[in-house]
Design a protein around this ligand. Structure first.
Ligand code: AMP
Ligand code: FE
Ligand code: FE
Ligand code: ZN
Length: 288
């Protein structure tokens, strides 16, 4: 069982890297990918735990990026970077800028929420591991602790939704630029949970030109099997990947029990596809 997309408390997961590895082992995972948002802070501890537990480990990052869609709207796109060189400064600087912007943005969202709810920036920070990449889940945890919402999901369905008046987006790198940077770092860029916003039935509505442009930029594949990707896009992505000889993966996007409903190993990647990722990577050695 190969699960290549999970989070620790170095971003918005609830487990320490050691707990993440232990929980993966217990769930029957044989190769785990640790992909915290915009951060490599969990890699070292995860590596030690993986050695101790004899678990395979693929080092990754879930890179926040943005694109402009055909309607001219800014959309958020997550790109998984597998096995990039953590010493490649241009990529690490881009991640540092995104983490900084995430702090400012979370602070501004908290201030907006504080107009209407009893919540403070200090209370949000208490929910976060020092140095962790901050996201809306930290705000959600503070709202839960204050009894304003019952759980993270309820927060995301209401006042933390991207359609909420309190919502602000973070600054991040352009998607195609991120793909190129990840390749320059020797990493393998795979689009995380693509097309989650396309529940419609007509494949003609899918943004084919945008996908072809990302393939041109060097995207290596798509995370097709993910609970948020609807059936029609899955089929379309699988066909596109086959036609262009790209990689398809499946993963849980686990954030800890209580962090999200996603459970370790609920989706998996074939060993053939993992092999392709490793073959294309030149930035960092996996632990196998
Ligand atoms: P942000 O990146 O700060 O905009 O927040 C989005 C993050 O929140 C994603 O990385 C998800 O992991 C997490 N998230 C989204 N929806 C939910 C949910 N319903 N429950 C828990 N976490 C969520
Ligand atoms: Fe997340
Ligand atoms: Fe994501
Ligand atoms: Zn994720």
């Amino acid at each position: 069982m190969i699960d290549l997309h999970t989070h620790s408390y170095h971003s918005d997961g609830l487990d320490s890297p050691t707990e993440l590895v232990q929980n993966a082992k217990a769930a029957g995972v044989s190769v785990l990918g640790i992909c915290d948002h915009d951060s490599v802070a969990g890699w070292e501890e995860a590596a030690n735990a993986a050695r101790a537990n004899q678990l395979g480990l693929i080092f990754g990052i879930e890179v926040s990026t943005h694109s402009i869609n055909s309607l001219g709207r800014r959309i958020s796109v997550h790109v998984l970077a597998y096995l990039p060189d953590p010493g490649f400064t241009p990529l690490m600087q881009a991640l540092a800028r995104t983490r900084e912007s995430r702090i400012t943005r979370a602070q501004r969202m908290t201030e907006a929420l504080a107009q209407d709810y009893p919540i403070s920036w200090e209370e949000v920070l208490e929910e976060l591991e020092p140095g962790a990449t901050i996201g809306r889940p930290a705000l959600a945890d503070a709202l839960v602790r204050k009894g304003i919402v019952p759980n993270r999901s309820a927060a995301f369905e209401s006042i933390l939704s991207s359609k909420s008046k309190y919502y602000i987006s973070e600054h991040s790198i352009n998607t195609a630029e991120a793909v190129k940077l990840i390749r320059q770092a020797g990493g393998v860029p795979i689009m995380a949970h693509p097309l989650t916003d396309f529940p419609g039935k007509d494949p003609a509505d899918l943004p084919k030109a945008e996908f072809l442009a990302l393939i041109e930029a060097g995207i290596a594949g798509f995370e097709v099997d993910h609970r948020m990707v609807p059936p029609m896009p899955r089929k379309w992505l699988r066909e596109l990947a086959f036609e262009k000889d790209l990689i398809v993966t499946g993963s849980s996007d686990y954030h800890g029990v209580g962090g999200k409903e996603n459970r370790l190993g609920e989706n998996s990647t074939s060993s053939e596809m993992l092999e392709k990722i490793i073959q294309q990577a030149s930035g960092y050695e996996p632990l196998l």
